[in-house]
Ligand binder design. Structure first.
Ligand code: HEC
Ligand code: HEC
Length: 340
């Protein structure tokens, strides 16, 4: 028995070594991004973005780790990869949802820029996050290392499980984030506006209070054509076109994205990032209303809830979509909605 386990462990070990050595097939997004940053092995690395040569370059194996890290952020589940999840260190073993990828919320593969190459405020930038090193976390009251911050995102934002801190999955993402910070010349210990979310607290509105009805209406007008009338996302031929914002494939009740958990993060995300191409078109009040509405849609329970809550959320995720669809049929007087 022990011998068998030993052989299995050896096999896993060789398999991991093989993947570490293998050349990396980049996603189209990563191909473009890393090429633009001129990633190459060598004694020194020069970043075209800042027009400066860094003191230290990258070895071949560093380059591969950075490339794999980029792939993981862009395509966590290996939907775009020839050999699927195995070329993402089998990240799917840590996920319940078949849709999630980090890029949905850390856009621009963790490095969102406008057409002119300006980094975006509140864009959850991974390079800007890496330079903060151990960061005080106001929700847990702990100093969180970069690895622990990644873990949180697997657990609740991705509705999954926590990888080991030394897992290649995490190390590659750290390598990629560190590379971004170097390529952009971000300084260790500094806080940059593109780090985290540009939160919108209730006090940043005219204080008429958040309104679920207004939010539902706005969601139908501005979001439903992509994310679906019930926020369940849109998949085409097994590939995620627009991610779920509710239901079994979305982030959990305990995610910071959930309005009921932290009511200032989701409005901030919406105002800065949605709808794509029209970022900034919604005002603070509208973003809070929409976030409130999305927060009332059923989604998976988080890691701090017991089995009762989990069962209740499961029930709601099962019965609410057909009930809502039925209820909407009654109120139907808008020909546009016929298409739902
Ligand atoms: C559903 C949205 C969502 C998904 C998916 C997601 N994240 Fe996050 N992530 C967030 C939010 C929200 C924060 C917290 C930002 C804050 O507190 O200001 C965050 C924070 C982080 C941080 C800390 C950043 C900081 O500066 O505080 C890291 C690192 C991170 N995520 C990595 C990942 C990785 C790796 C994945 C993919 C496995 C991922 N995230 C998937 C929404 C998401
Ligand atoms: C044109 C289609 C489109 C519209 C309209 C749109 N979105 Fe998105 N949304 C996307 C795409 C695509 C992503 C994934 C972004 C990425 O990977 O870079 C996304 C991601 C998100 C996410 C984070 C992903 C997650 O897993 O939770 C949220 C939340 C979100 N949108 C909310 C909204 C809201 C609210 C509106 C309405 C104001 C809206 N979206 C309108 C296409 C759209």
């Amino acid at each position: 028995m022990a011998g068998g386990l030993y052989v299995l462990a050896l096999q896993n070990h060789t398999e991991r070594d093989r993947i570490r050595q293998a050349s990396v097939d980049l996603t189209p997004g990563c191909q473009e991004k890393l090429q633009r940053y001129g990633l190459a092995a060598g004694e020194h690395y020069a970043s075209p973005y800042i027009g400066k040569t860094l003191a230290r370059g990258y070895r071949e194996e560093d380059v591969r780790a950075i490339q794999r890290g980029c792939n993981i952020i862009d395509d966590l589940q290996g939907h775009l990869a020839k050999d699927g999840a195995s070329s993402r260190w089998n990240a799917t073993r840590f996920l319940r949802s078949s849709q999630t990828t980090c890029d949905h919320c850390h856009q621009g593969i963790g490095d969102k820029q406008d057409a002119a190459g300006n980094r975006q405020i509140g864009s959850n930038h991974l390079g800007a996050s890496w330079v903060m090193a151990d960061m005080y976390d106001r929700f847990t009251g702990l100093l969180l290392t970069y690895e622990l911050r990644q873990m949180q995102c697997y657990i609740n934002s991705s509705n999954g499980f926590k990888p080991n801190a030394a897992d290649d999955l995490m190390r590659d993402v750290t390598a990629y984030s560190r590379f971004l910070s170097g390529a952009l010349d971000l300084k260790i210990g500094r806080r940059y506006p593109e780090q985290g979310i540009d939160e919108i607290p209730a006090s940043a509105t005219l204080k008429r209070g958040d309104d679920y009805i207004r939010g539902a209406h706005l969601f139908r007008q501005k979001c439903a054509q992509c994310h679906g009338p019930q926020g369940l996302g849109t998949k085409v031929e097994g590939k995620v076109l627009f991610p779920a914002v509710a239901g079994p494939d979305a982030y959990s009740v305990d995610s910071r994205m959930n309005f009921a958990m932290v009511n200032s993060v989701m409005p901030g995300f919406i105002c800065r990032n949605m709808p794509p191409g029209q970022e900034g078109s919604l005002d603070n009040e509208q973003c809070r209303d929409i976030a409130y509405y999305i927060g009332t849609l059923p989604r998976p329970a988080g890691d701090r809830q017991g089995p009762l809550v989990a069962a209740w959320q499961q029930l709601m995720m099962t019965v609410m979509p057909p009930l809502t669809r039925y209820a909407e049929l009654w109120g139907r007087n808008d020909p546009q909605r016929e298409a739902d």
